[in-house]
Write a protein that binds this ligand. Structure first.
Ligand code: GLA
Length: 367
C-alpha cells in the first residue's frame, strides 16, 4: 500500500464520517441545519407572525432565527393596541419586535393600518359620544398613519394598509363597517395616500381572506382595479391564506394568483395556516363529543395540502414576493380559540414541542 494513497483514503474516510454525522445531528432546529428561509432562498422571504413574548422565549427565538427571515407583529401594531387613546400611543411591544428584527437582520411587514376589528374605543366618537364626521375620521386616520408609519420608516419594508374591506355577503361589495358608514369608500383611497406620503418607499398592500373563492376574488379584483385606475399607490395584494386541509383547490389558487398578477402587482401570502377542520365563520362553543385530536389522516392531508400550495408558490415565484405563517407552532395558534372555543387546532409546520411535522418535510423536500 502506498502511504499517500493510504492517507488520502483516510482523509476521505474522515470526511465521510463527518458528513454522515452532520446529517445525523442536523435536526431542523439545530444550528447546523438549514431552515425554511434557506430552502426558499432562491424564491421568497419566509416570515412568521410573532408576539413580543415569543421573542423572549429562548426555544421559540431559536426556532424563529433558524427558520425565518421576516416578521409580522401579530397584534402589536393594530390600531387598538398601538393607539389606545386619541393622544396616546403604546409603542413598547411594537418597538421590541422591530428592534429584534433589526438586531438579527430580519425584514418586518407592518400589520395593519386600517381595519374594522381591534380598533380603539375612541376612534369613531367625539367627546359627547356622537359619531364623528367624515372629515374628523379621515384626519384621525391620517394622524394615526403619520405617527405609526413615520416611526418605523426605513425599518418596515411593507405595510398592510387596508385589511378586509370586502363584505362577507357575496351580493354586496364593500363591508358596511363604521369606516364605510362614515367615509364611504374614500377611507380606502385615503389610507393608501397617507401611507405613501408617510413612507414613499414602503410597499403598500391591500390584505384580504378567502381570496381563492371566485366570488370574493372578483370583488377584491374590482377594488384593486378601481384603486389602480385612480392612480392610488397600492403596490401589492396580500392573500391571508387562512386555509384548511379541505381548501383551496389547486386550480382556485392558481386562478387567484394569475388574476391579481394580471394587474401587474405583487402577491404575498401574508397569514398562512392550514386548519385541520373545515372553514366556519361564526364563533361557537365546542359541541358535546366533538374531538380535537390530530389524527394520522389529518396529518397526511395537511402535508399534501402544504406540498400543493408551496409547489404553486414556487411556480409563481416571479409574482410572489413573500410567504408568512400566522403563528410559530401548534403550541399557540389563534385557531385554538376561533371559531370554536376550546378546540385544539394543528395548522402550522411545527408541533407543540416546536419540532418539525410531516408538513414541514413536504414543504422543504422539493427539487
Ligand atoms: C385576520 C387579521 C389578523 C389576525 C387574524 C386572526 O386575518 O388580519 O391580524 O387577527 O385575522 O388572528
Amino acid at each position: 500500500m502506498y502511504p499517500q494513497l493510504k492517507s488520502s483514503k483516510l482523509f476521505v474516510g474522515i470526511l465521510l464520517f463527518l458528513k454522515i454525522n452532520s446529517i445525523a445531528v442536523a435536526q431542523p432546529n439545530s444550528p447546523v441545519a438549514k431552515g425554511l428561509k434557506d430552502y426558499y432562498a432562491r424564491y421568497f422571504p419566509m416570515g412568521v407572525a410573532v408576539s413580543p413574548q415569543s421573542l423572549k422565549d429562548p426555544k421559540q427565538e431559536a426556532l424563529i432565527l433558524r427558520q425565518f427571515n421576516s416578521l409580522t407583529p401579530e397584534n402589536a401594531m393594530k390600531m387598538g393596541p398601538i393607539h389606545p387613546e386619541e393622544d396616546r400611543y403604546y409603542w413598547k411591544d411594537a418597538d421590541s419586535i422591530v428592534a429584534f428584527a433589526q438586531a438579527h437582520g430580519l425584514k418586518v411587514r407592518g400589520h395593519n393600518l386600517c381595519w374594522h376589528e381591534q380598533i380603539p374605543k375612541w376612534l369613531f366618537y367625539d367627546k359627547e359620544g356622537k359619531l364623528v364626521t367624515k372629515d374628523v375620521l379621515l384626519k384621525r386616520l391620517k394622524d394615526h398613519i403619520d405617527h405609526v408609519v413615520g416611526r418605523y420608516k426605513g425599518k418596515i419594508y411593507a405595510w398592510d394598509v387596508v385589511n378586509e374591506a370586502i363584505d362577507d355577503d357575496s351580493t354586496r361589495f364593500l363591508r358596511n363597517s363604521s369606516w364605510y358608514k362614515i367615509c364611504g369608500e374614500d377611507f380606502i383611497f385615503k389610507a393608501f395616500e397617507y401611507a405613501h406620503a408617510a413612507d414613499p418607499k414602503a410597499i403598500l398592500f391591500y390584505n384580504e381572506y378567502n381570496t381563492e373563492r371566485p366570488e370574493k376574488r372578483e370583488r377584491v379584483y374590482k377594488l384593486l382595479k378601481k384603486l389602480l385606475d385612480a392612480k392610488i399607490p397600492v403596490n401589492a395584494v396580500g392573500l391571508q391564506a387562512h386555509w384548511s386541509i379541505y381548501e383551496p383547490q389547486e386550480r382556485e389558487l392558481i386562478a387567484t394568483i394569475e388574476k391579481f398578477a394580471s394587474l401587474r402587482i405583487k402577491v404575498q401570502i401574508t397569514e398562512l395556516d392550514m386548519s385541520v377542520y373545515p372553514w366556519e365563520k361564526q364563533a361557537r362553543a365546542l359541541r358535546d363529543g366533538e374531538l380535537s385530536t390530530f389524527t394520522p389522516e389529518m396529518e397526511q392531508k395537511q402535508a399534501d395540502q402544504y406540498a400543493m400550495v408551496f409547489k404553486v408558490f414556487r411556480k409563481y415565484k416571479s409574482v410572489i414576493s413573500g410567504v408568512t405563517f400566522w403563528n410559530i407552532s401548534d403550541k399557540h395558534t389563534w385557531l385554538d380559540t376561533y371559531p370554536v372555543r376550546g378546540r385544539k387546532n394543528y395548522p402550522l409546520l411545527f408541533n407543540q414541542n416546536l419540532e418539525p411535522k410531516k408538513a414541514y418535510r413536504s414543504v422543504v423536500n422539493f427539487k
